[in-house]
Design a binder for this molecule. Structure first.
Ligand code: XMP
Length: 326
């Protein structure tokens, strides 16, 4: 019968057999899959693993610290954080089309990760043990969806970094290939990972970049980050995390409405709350949150976040609305 302790022991053996004494790289996203996959590899081969975390500047409040501080303390992984916010923001400058944003963020992400990987490969080569493996947090449903293939990842550099190989090829290490999400969470808990990571609700790769309707700026990101943190804090405090699949918080940056605060007229932006209940994100219903929780979130956001004078609730199911606004 299924037992997370057995799965861990089994996977640790398998990883050791596959990897030998070579070095291994893993990209961390802040999400549960990559966090658990990396923690298993760390258990198996310790210092042979180096994790790379790209801070694209589109993360939520405290997400970077959760990885850099809490996750590292819990696992002991060697972590390299790449501070790429300036590059991403420059690439996104003036772009408001959602698919265009996704393309740009995806492209910059690959570029940034490759550059970090290439530097680690060069460093490892000079120390004797080559980097041969790349960890991926592929789950069983991903395997089924993609037809079951496994193998290698070929990273071609599109950039000129002096002295680095043009072409990096890695064999994949995928310790979660036979597992479902709830099993991955159980293993993460057994491995002692922080609950904020193990229990995290889905969050899109492009991050807050696709939750600003309009172009992405540093200032708008700060506003959205603060509003999102308040909503998450209040939902958690009210004990509602289990009922909600996820709750995007969206800044309508291109919309302004009139408000009044103190004895002054304001002309600020609306924040949208999009709490949804779902089994698999293919369909969803809007979550009937208690009015007093909605009221607390609204009061706090309008009082504590600058330039926001209105909070609205999205009461659309999926279909016809998607979960995200972009
Ligand atoms: P939609 O908005 O299509 O979202 O109903 C369904 C699920 O997918 C997530 N999502 C994304 N995840 N990159 C991601 O990694 C994306 O570009 C992206 N767009 C949507 C969304 O958060 C929801 O869980």
């Amino acid at each position: 019968d299924w037992n997370s302790g057995n799965v861990i022991a089994e996977q640790v053996e398998k990883i050791r057999a596959q990897v030998g004494s070579a070095r291994v790289i893993c990209g961390l996203s802040g999400g549960v899959d990559s966090a658990v996959a990396a923690a298993l590899v760390q258990r198996a081969v310790g210092e042979q693993l180096v994790c790379v975390f790209v801070d694209h500047g589109l993360l939520r409040k405290n997400e970077r610290e959760q990885v850099e501080t809490d996750y590292v303390a819990a696992t002991g992984v060697r972590l390299v954080t790449v501070d790429a916010a300036d590059t991403f923001l420059a690439a996104l400058d003036g772009v408001s089309d959602p698919e265009q944003k996704r393309k740009i963020i995806g492209r910059e992400f690959i570029r940034t990760f490759e550059q970090a990987a290439a530097a680690l490969v060069a460093e490892a080569e000079s120390s004797g043990e080559p980097v041969k493996f790349l960890v991926q947090g592929t789950l069983y449903p991903d395997v089924v969806e993609s037809g079951g293939g496994t193998g290698t990842a070929n990273i071609k550099s599109h950039h000129n970094v002096g002295g680095l190989p043009d072409d990096l090829e890695f064999e994949l290490v995928e310790p979660l290939r036979t597992l479902f999400k709830d099993e991955v969470r159980a293993i993460g808990r057994e491995l002692g990972l922080p609950e904020v990571i193990v229990g995290r609700q889905p969050f899109p790769g492009p991050g807050l970049g696709i939750r600003i309707v309009g172009s992405v700026t540093r200032e708008r990101l700060e506003i959205l980050r603060d509003a999102d943190a308040i909503a998450r804090e209040e939902l958690t405090r009210a004990g509602l995390d289990g009922e909600i699949w996820q709750c995007p918080v969206v800044l309508l940056a291109d919309v302004r409405s009139v408000g009044v605060q103190g004895d002054g007229r304001t002309y600020g932006h609306p924040i949208v709350l999009r709490p949804v209940s779902s089994e698999d994100a293919m369909t969803a219903d809007w979550t009937r949150l208690p009015y007093d929780v909605l009221s607390r979130i609204s009061n706090r956001i309008t009082n504590e976040v600058r330039d926001v004078n209105r909070v609205v609730l999205d009461v659309t199911s999926k279909p016809p609305g998607t979960i995200e606004w972009e």
